[in-house]
Design a protein around this ligand. Structure first.
Ligand SMILES: Cc1cc2nc3c(=O)[nH]c(=O)nc-3n(C[C@H](O)[C@H](O)[C@H](O)COP(=O)(O)OP(=O)(O)OC[C@H]3O[C@@H](n4cnc5c(N)ncnc54)[C@H](O)[C@@H]3O)c2cc1C
Length: 259
């Protein structure tokens, strides 16, 4: 089974992110970059599927030259090959442009299954996986917590409010990951050594038959803002618990207007 993992490199959640002077992007100076955590589940699931069914695991990423590091981590976990789509003309594309580009790259590869994260922890669009499936004209199953393949069919389980639902679809399929799908492995030392020799191919938009106009953003970022500083809390005084509760209810009704 030939499996493709869509992988994005994102700032680590513990890194200090500030907004750049133009107010439209983050300042990347000093940022620590990692594999998107939901994509770690995707890599792990692809490796487990390969273990069961044989085949290949290809990592596909679009980003700057730095994204090679995240691809290399996935190769060290056990993936076979990596492809980086790097083109300065794609730097400002939106989620749909990203999906169009990734889909064009998938079309050049053997593929039975595509696994993507449900969301990237930086831009949080929650859309690239579904849009890639749409561009390829294949089924999409979102936020999967269990997956198994038998014959040419995939069966996936996902949670919904108060329960779970099981879906089935014929391959090729794209599914996105949810926490609980698996426990991503750490790269072993031999894995890291082997990954150094594995091939990472770089492609441009032209290599995929795309022009910058094909992925021109339909959605533009106008501004970015950090959340306002939290104000201090209010301590409610009173002679008894009942008096404090009465004051609290008054505040919730009149000041906060939430009840
Ligand atoms: C300099 C700069 C300018 C930008 N300008 C704009 C703009 O003008 N308008 C706008 O809407 N957005 C803009 N963006 C956001 C950027 O295009 C987003 O990365 C893109 O929209 C994808 O959205 P997401 O990461 O939130 O994807 P999500 O839909 O949250 O990601 C879900 C999953 O899709 C896959 N995936 C997502 N991105 C990639 C990728 N690059 N490579 C491989 N797999 C991927 C991963 O599996 C991921 O877990 C800009 C980003 C930068 C860095």
């Amino acid at each position: 089974m030939d499996i493709i993992v869509l992988l994005k490199q994102v700032p680590a959640t513990e890194t200090n992110v500030s907004i750049a002077l133009d107010g439209k992007r983050i300042n990347t100076d000093g940022v620590k970059w990692v594999m998107n955590p939901y994509d770690e589940f995707a890599v792990e699931e692809a490796l487990q599927m390969k273990q069961k069914h044989g085949g290949t695991v290809t990592i596909l990423s679009m980003g700057t030259e730095k994204s090679v590091e995240a691809i290399r981590t996935a190769l060290a976990m056990g993936a076979d090959t990596g492809i980086l789509i790097h083109d300065p003309a794609a730097a400002d594309c939106d989620g749909l442009g990203t999906a169009r580009t990734l889909a064009a790259a998938v079309k050049t590869l053997p593929c039975d299954l595509i696994i993507a994260g449900q969301r990237a922890m930086d831009d949080d669009n929650y859309l690239v996986g579904a849009a890639v499936a749409e561009f390829l004209g294949i089924p999409h199953i979102s936020m999967v917590i269990e997956a198994s393949v038998e014959g040419g069919t995939i069966r996936c389980r996902r949670t919904v409010e108060g329960g779970t639902v099981v879906f089935e679809a014929p391959l090729p399929v794209l599914f996105t990951t949810q926490r609980g799908l698996n426990e991503p492995r750490y790269a072993s030392l031999p894995g890291i050594m082997k990954a150094k020799k594995k091939q990472i191919e770089t492609k441009t938009l032209a290599d995929l038959g795309l022009t910058p106009a094909d992925i021109a953003p339909a959605v533009r970022i106008l501004s970015m803002r950090t959340p306002p500083e939290r104000t201090g809390g209010q301590i409610i005084d009173g002679a008894s618990a009942a008096e404090k509760a009465e004051k609290l209810v008054n505040l919730l009704q009149e000041a906060a207007r939430v009840i």
